[in-house]
Design a protein around this ligand. Structure first.
Ligand SMILES: [Zn+2]
Length: 358
C-alpha cells in the first residue's frame, strides 16, 4: 500500500509537471512561431532582395538625400557588394565614374608633369631626357610643356605650389568617388565618407589658390605669405565646419553650396590684385581669363548642385543619367583642368621672367 501510495504521489507530481510543461509550451508557442515567422520573413526579404535596387521611399532616413531621384538606390548593402557595384548600373554609377576618371586624368598629369619639368634651378636642356613620354598623344599638354621647355628660363622656379594644387585635385576626386561608391553601406560609413568628401572639396579649393598666389606674388614674399596663410586658414575653418554632424544633413545643402562657393569667390581678391600689379603682362591676362572660366564652371556647378536641376523638373527621369550631381561632378573636373592649364602658364611666365627675390 505504502508503495502504491508513493507511486500515486509521483504520478500526481508527474502529471502536474506535465500540465505545467504543457502550459509553458502553450505559452511559448504563442511567441515562437511569431519570432520564427519574423526571422523567416526577414531572411526571405534578404534573399529576395539579393542586393536589389530599391525605391526612394524604401530608403532608411540617412540615405534619403534627393527626393527627385526616385529609383535605382542601393540600400545598406554589405561592403563587398557595395564595392562590386562599381561595375553595375544604379543611380550612383556615373557619380562614381565621373570623378574616378577625373582622378586618373590628374594622376597621369601629375606623373607626366613631374617627369617633364626640371628640378628647381636646372637648365632647360635637361628636360628632354624622357623621350618615351613625348610619344604620348596628349598633344595639348605636350605642346604646353614643350613651350615651357623651349622658353629658356633664367632659372626654374619652385614647383611645389603647382603640386599642392594637383594633390588637392587628386584627393578631392578620389574621396568623392569612394564616397559615392560606399555611401550606401551603413549610416556610420555614410557619415564618415561625407566628411571626407567635404574635406576633399575644401582642400581642392584652398589648394587651387597656391599656384596663382605663389607665382603672381613671387617677388613680394610678404603679400604671398599673407594670401597663402589666409586661404589655408579659411580652408581649415571650412574643414572644421564640415565635420559638424548637422552640416551633412540635406537641409544644409544650400548652406554647403554657399560656404564652398564663398571660399572660391574669395579668389577674386588676389586675382584683381594680380591685374593691378601686372597689367599689360600677357601671362597675367591669359591666366585671368582662365580663372574667370574656372570660376564660371565651379559657380555653375554650385548652382546646379544646390537647385537639383534638371531632376527637379522631371522627377524619376534622370535617375541613372543626367541628374544634377553628375553635371556638378563634370563641371568640377572641367574647372580643375582649366586651372591646370592656368598653372602651366604661371610656370612659363615665372620661369621666363623669374624674380631676384627668390
Ligand atoms: Zn559628389
Amino acid at each position: 500500500m505504502g508503495r502504491s501510495s508513493a507511486q500515486s504521489s509521483s504520478a500526481k507530481k508527474l502529471s502536474s509537471s506535465l500540465v505545467n510543461c504543457e502550459e509553458d509550451y502553450h505559452g511559448l508557442t504563442k511567441y515562437v512561431p511569431e519570432s520564427i515567422s519574423y526571422g523567416a520573413e526577414r531572411l526571405k526579404r534578404e534573399v529576395k532582395k539579393g542586393y536589389e535596387l530599391v525605391m526612394y521611399h524604401a530608403l532608411p532616413e540617412h540615405l534619403k538625400d534627393n527626393e527627385f531621384i526616385l529609383k535605382h538606390y542601393r540600400s545598406e548593402w554589405p561592403l563587398r557588394a557595395s564595392l562590386a557595384s562599381i561595375f553595375t548600373i544604379h543611380n550612383e554609377t556615373l557619380n562614381i565614374w565621373t570623378h574616378l576618371v577625373g582622378f586618373f586624368v590628374f594622376m597621369g598629369l601629375t606623373i607626366y608633369t613631374a617627369m617633364m619639368m626640371p628640378p628647381v634651378g636646372e637648365l632647360p636642356g635637361m628636360m628632354h631626357r624622357l623621350p618615351s613620354l613625348q610619344q604620348l598623344r596628349w598633344q595639348t599638354v605636350t605642346d604646353e610643356l614643350t613651350n615651357i621647355v623651349a622658353s629658356e628660363p633664367r632659372k626654374a622656379i619652385s614647383r611645389w605650389p603647382f603640386f599642392v594644387f594637383l594633390s588637392g585635385a587628386m584627393f578631392c576626386l578620389l574621396s568623392s568617388s569612394v564616397c559615392h561608391l560606399l555611401y550606401c553601406h551603413s549610416e556610420r560609413m555614410a557619415r564618415f565618407l561625407l566628411q571626407l568628401d567635404y574635406i576633399g572639396i575644401a582642400y581642392l579649393i584652398a589648394a587651387s589658390f597656391y599656384p596663382p598666389v605663389y607665382y603672381t606674388f613671387l617677388c613680394n614674399p610678404a603679400l604671398r605669405n599673407t594670401y597663402l596663410t589666409g586661404i589655408t586658414c579659411l580652408g581649415l575653418l571650412t574643414v572644421a565646419v564640415s565635420l559638424m554632424p548637422k552640416f551633412q544633413t540635406h537641409q544644409f545643402r544650400p548652406f554647403r553650396a554657399i560656404l564652398f562657393a564663398s571660399m572660391g569667390i574669395s579668389g577674386i581678391i588676389p586675382c584683381v590684385h594680380k591685374l593691378a600689379l601686372h597689367w599689360g603682362e600677357p601671362a597675367a591676362q591669359t591666366t585671368f581669363y582662365l580663372e574667370v572660366t574656372m570660376g564660371c564652371l565651379y559657380g555653375l556647378g554650385a548652382v546646379i548642385y544646390a537647385t537639383r536641376v534638371p531632376e527637379r523638373w522631371k522627377p524619376g527621369h534622370f535617375d541613372i543619367a543626367g541628374h544634377s550631381h553628375q553635371l556638378f561632378h563634370i563641371l568640377v573636373v572641367a574647372g580643375a583642368l582649366t586651372h591646370y592649364r592656368a598653372g602651366l602658364l604661371y610656370l612659363k611666365w615665372r620661369d621666363e621672367q623669374g624674380c631676384d627675390v627668390i
